[in-house]
Design a protein around this ligand. Structure first.
Ligand code: PGA
Length: 253
């Protein structure tokens, strides 16, 4: 079975104390994880170390960075390298979130560089893709998301791409309370798995976890996660409310 993943994306929210309390509560309350289930907390950079200490010793629970830079080191004031993440024991990074693409002009090609450096340093990228509303309205979403994958990922070998997690996040569903229906999520994610299969073969495509993101909540997680090609969620707003995120973890297949 593919890994089923509940990934929290705190974005730029919470103080350190609030974040620590949230972690304590979530970690104390969620069901025991099976070997195929994982929980990821993508926390702000300054909290990575504290979060690492909280999850230390817990199987299948990981701390993630929300971003990283594409260069190894050097004169890039304000940026954070994958080597720095690695030195903290961080094993996962969210790459290409739509907010990074939109507010920080991150292009598909630039994201390809970030993917490369993550893999070089054994950091698992959670690669985000997804279409804006006008593309969905024009029924061009499949081509749009395929192009994001092609330009950022398709230079990778089969061995490399197997190390990724993909998160399909339609932009019109992020933070809007407007969740994609489970059918819309399943349709797109089955399509993306087909695209991966065409390029890398069925065996590889079947191994890659594809998460859905965009207004995942306690009350829709079960329905979304029950879809064949939805291997969990990347969760923003509901991930900073302890009981919501606990219920989302407990909804994993
Ligand atoms: P949301 O955010 O759950 O608040 O819609 C999801 C995301 O941006 O990853």
């Amino acid at each position: 079975m593919r890994k089923q993943i509940a990934a929290a994306n705190w974005k730029m929210n919470l103080t350190l104390t609030q974040g620590e309390q949230l972690l304590d509560t979530v970690l104390a309350k969620h069901h025991a994880l099976t070997t195929d289930q994982q929980v990821v907390f993508a926390v702000p950079f300054p909290y990575l170390q504290a979060a690492q200490q909280k999850v230390a010793g817990r199987e299948n629970v990981f701390v993630a960075a929300q971003n990283c830079y594409s260069k190894k080191s050097g004169a890039y004031t304000g940026e954070v390298s994958v080597e720095m993440l690695q030195s903290l024991g961080v094993q996962v990074a969210v790459i290409g979130h739509s907010e990074r693409r939109e507010y920080f002009n991150e292009s598909n090609r630039f994201l390809a560089e970030k993917i490369n450096i993550c893999l070089e340093y054994s950091i698992t990228p959670i690669f985000c893709c997804g279409e804006p509303l006008q593309i969905r309205e024009a029924i061009m979403q499949n081509e749009f998301v395929k192009n994001q994958m092609e330009e950022s990922l398709f230079h990778l070998s089969a061995e490399q791409i197997k190390k990724l997690v993909i998160a399909y996040e339609p932009i019109w569903a992020i933070g809007t309370g407007k969740t994609a229906t489970s059918e819309q999520a399943q349709d797109m994610q089955a399509y993306l798995r087909n695209v991966l299969a065409d390029k890398y073969g069925d065996a590889v495509a079947e191994k890659i976890s594809i998460l859905y993101g965009g207004s995942v909540k306690a009350n829709n997680a079960n329905e979304l996660f029950s879809q064949r090609d939805v291997d969990g969620g990347l969760v923003g707003g509901a991930s900073i409310i302890a009981d919501e995120f606990v219920a989302i973890i407990n909804a994993l297949k």
